[in-house]
Design a protein around this ligand. Structure first.
Ligand SMILES: [Zn+2]
Length: 296
């Protein structure tokens, strides 16, 4: 290569480099383990040891939302956090513990011990490569026990550390509920409308007829005077039909939605607000955790 040509190459290269800097959006794209190469992971762990493990479910979400709602929400929100922080997301399981929803077709369920075991083995694999800080992002109430178990095991049995974010963790976000809106109701419909609108069948969204057993009614009445009684009420709610306590999803709700609200009032804007609050909160948490890290 003669000098003139190499000079041109230098100019073109410089222009390309300047363009790359000007148009690069280093935090616009999420880092998802399955989309990375092994060299990407090698380079990542050289500078960061954090990973987000999303945890959701494949279970009925009323006639209007997809079975994968919780998996999709956990993964989508984790990706938004990744895009803002550069932390890797590693989705492992599509299903969670959802036996109490199995009166509605399509629901999958894994035992809490199975989920915790799969996540723990996953964490052990990731530790081999240098991952040391685990954020278990759970978006399904039924997984709380599995989430706690895997966090306990990582913290007690390994040199890595783990924390809960999302449901069942200290970073549980969102507004205070105005009414019981626990499953596939106004909140979740709004979230899916915001993140994956093409998956919502709004024409099928209708208020469920909720049915509580006489014992639940009595406990709810007593809980108005003494909030401690709510614990007893909660223990009857969301349990498999086989327990014969009348607390399975199919027995409680006519269409699978658990809400006293009307899902027709769900909006993208409500969903955007919840997602924004959750993402902001976790981004802040990650920054603080990073700041506290003592480099060895
Ligand atoms: Zn859900």
């Amino acid at each position: 290569m003669n000098r003139r040509i190499s000079g041109w190459f230098a100019i073109i290269f410089t222009l390309l480099a300047v363009q790359a800097v000007l148009f690069a959006q280093p935090d616009a794209k999420p880092l998802v383990l399955q989309e990375m190469t092994w060299t990407d992971v090698r380079d990542y762990v050289a500078k960061n040891d954090m990973v987000i493990l999303p945890l959701g479910s494949t279970e009925q979400h009323g006639p209007q939302l997809p079975l994968g709602t919780d998996f999709i929400l956990a993964t989508d929100i984790s990706k938004l956090i990744s895009a803002r922080t550069g932390v890797v997301v590693a989705p492992v399981l599509l299903a969670g513990y959802s036996l109490y929803h199995s009166g509605f077709p399509g629901t999958l369920s894994l035992k809490s011990e199975t989920i915790a075991e799969v996540l723990f083995e996953t964490a052990q694999m990731l530790m081999k490569y240098g991952f040391r800080r685990f954020l278990i992002f759970n978006y399904h109430g039924g997984n709380s026990l599995a989430q706690q178990t895997v966090i306990h095991r990582i913290n007690q049995e390994t040199e890595a550390t783990a924390v809960a974010i999302g449901v069942g963790g200290p970073l549980e976000g969102g507004e205070e509920e105005a009414f019981m809106d626990w499953h596939a109701g106004v909140g979740e419909t709004s979230l899916v409308l915001y993140l994956e609108p093409q998956l919502v069948r709004m024409d099928r969204a209708e208020k469920p007829v909720m049915h509580f057993t006489p014992q639940m009614e009595k406990l709810a009445e007593l809980a108005k005077k003494d909030p401690d009684v709510e614990a007893a009420w909660g223990s009857l709610f969301g349990v498999p039909a086989e327990t014969q306590k009348g607390g399975s999803s199919r027995e409680l709700s006519s269409n699978g939605i658990w809400s006293l609200g009307d899902p027709q009032t769900a909006t993208r804007e409500k969903g955007r607000k919840i997602v924004q609050e959750t993402v902001d909160r976790v981004v802040k948490f990650i920054a603080a955790w990073d700041q506290a890290k003592v480099r060895r």
